[in-house]
Design a protein around this ligand. Structure first.
Ligand SMILES: Cc1cc2nc3c(=O)[nH]c(=O)nc-3n(C[C@H](O)[C@H](O)[C@H](O)COP(=O)(O)OP(=O)(O)OC[C@H]3O[C@@H](n4cnc5c(N)ncnc54)[C@H](O)[C@@H]3O)c2cc1C
Ligand code: HEM
Length: 397
């Protein structure tokens, strides 16, 4: 990272490699060194964030305009996401597709290699600042090596990205369902090339420069309509404003469609689709896609929520199931179940098993995805048959 790094202290090596590496070809010792030293710094994340952003903006002042105006550094999403990714560099199978998509999506910021160098330099200098004497030449080499492969994978994804970096969408409908949820329909001029089940990041006029992921609840349509289900998260910066203050004719910016939660090459197996919270949006998109294809495989859908109010999408799905012999829908509620089955959705799924011969797609809050996947694997489903979106820290919400 020459040119953008602060003056080196002592014997810190340059961020170069002894031999050319393939994307995410990192030796296990590098990943272990990054993880172990991160455990020392993590309790001081707020201080690290303050130094990181100060150095980044000193080195590349125009980068300041990319981040939300008055947001404290501690609430920014870049740094936790970056550190999370760097600790997983020894898991290329999991990371490479995610990083390639992330790099492609980062085109929305209009950034280039100079920004990547500056972020790496600021990270290393901020780590050195926090670790003091514990920051050794070996640690510097490990972090620099890990950062180098991550940034190269993202840049390669950005360069391979064809199509526009962003689309504009006009809000054509905003329907509030209670105080905490809204169904928001946006129309793009040209249909977006996404696959049912994917997600994309959006920026709204109420919260400029604060991008958040949302999953369209419908498959792509020729008229460019996308419906989003938005839940207001307590204490959240963006979602409460989306639910409460979105207006018809607002213009949203939409990023590149991402994620691997979509129908793949036909496996011939039956499908198990599990949704929690607004995770029902991508699952609904997939079910509607299957319906448009005439129900090519037997499909079981489980929709879970804490209360009945969380099951707002169940009546529509149940109505579709009544006229579709290939489709079954089960509702699961954790409190006051009423007519639904009682318990966390993952437990209810297992009660209806076995699911050892199914392809499984899971969407919802990270804790629900983890619990459901773990329960399925324990009950005999092969992990390779279970798909969900990435569980990196900045993706949680
Ligand atoms: C793949 C994917 C698809 C998604 N699809 C949808 C969807 O279809 N519909 C939907 O509604 N949501 C969806 N989400 C979630 C969405 O992207 C947002 O994460 C969510 O709306 C919260 O955003 P926010 O700005 O309101 O909250 P944020 O401001 O990001 O905060 C989230 C939570 O963290 C807390 N928090 C944040 N920073 C701090 C801090 N420094 N200290 C303490 N607490 C803090 C907040 O209080 C809040 O509780 C999806 C997420 C992913 C990863
Ligand atoms: C090198 C590895 C990087 C990783 C793994 C990474 C990852 C992420 C993730 C997951 C998010 C949150 C989701 C989103 O808003 O898209 C994010 C946000 C962001 N990233 Fe990156 N990023 C990297 C590099 C960069 C670089 C080089 C820049 C340019 C300065 C940058 C600028 C931003 C900005 C402006 C945001 C939104 C503001 C925020 O919430 O922090 N990122 N990044």
């Amino acid at each position: 990272m020459p040119g953008t790094r602060p003056p080196p202290r002592g014997d810190r090596p340059a961020a170069t490699h002894r031999r050319p590496r393939r994307a995410l070809d990192v030796d296990p010792a590098t990943a272990t060194a990054v993880r172990e030293s991160w455990a020392l710094v993590e309790p001081r994340l707020p201080e690290l964030a303050t130094t990181f952003y100060r150095l980044l903006f000193e080195h590349v002042p125009q980068a300041r305009t990319l981040f939300p105006g008055n947001l404290p550094p501690q609430r920014s999403r870049l740094l936790p996401a970056l550190v999370d990714v760097l600790q997983r560099v020894d898991r290329p199978g999991e990371l490479v597709p995610v990083l390639a998509q992330l790099g492609r999506d980062h085109r929305k910021f209009g950034i280039d290699a100079v920004h990547y160098e500056a972020v790496g330099a600021a990270l290393l200098a901020a780590l050195e600042d926090q670790l003091g004497d514990a920051w050794t030449a070996e640690l510097a080499e490990a972090w620099a090596g890990a950062y180098s492969v991550v940034s190269r994978t993202m840049l390669a994804g950005a360069r391979a990205g064809n199509g526009p970096a962003t689309w504009l969408g006009r809000v054509v409908d905003h329907h509030r369902m209670g105080w905490g949820l809204a169904l928001i329909t946006v129309q793009t001029l040209e249909p977006m090339p996404y696959r049912a089940g994917q997600y994309l990041s959006v920026e709204t006029p109420q919260r400029p420069r604060s991008w958040r992921y949302l999953s369209p609840a419908n498959p792509p349509r020729p008229d460019g309509l996308l419906q989003f289900h938005v839940r207001a998260v307590a204490g959240g910066l963006v979602s409460p404003a989306m639910v409460a203050h979105t207006r018809v004719d607002d213009v949203w910016r939409l990023g590149t469609p991402m994620g691997g939660l979509h129908l793949g090459v036909e496996s011939g197996r039956d499908l198990l689709l599990v949704a929690g919270g607004t995770g029902v949006a991508p699952i609904k998109a997939i079910v509607n896609q299957l319906a448009a294809q005439g129900g090519p495989c037997r499909t079981h859908v489980f929709v879970g929520g804490r209360t009945w109010n969380d099951l707002y999408a169940v009546p529509g799905l149940t109505a579709l199931a009544h006229r579709s012999p290939w489709l079954d829908v089960v509702a699961a509620v954790e409190q006051n179940a009423g007519e639904a089955e009682h318990g966390p959705v993952g437990d209810v799924v297992i009660r209806h098993g076995p699911w050892t011969d199914h392809d499984v797609l899971v969407a919802g809050p990270p804790a629900m995805i983890r619990a459901t996947s773990t329960a399925l694997v324990a009950a005999g489903t092969h992990p390779a048959r279970i798909r969900h979106d990435p569980l990196l820290s900045a993706y949680a919400g």
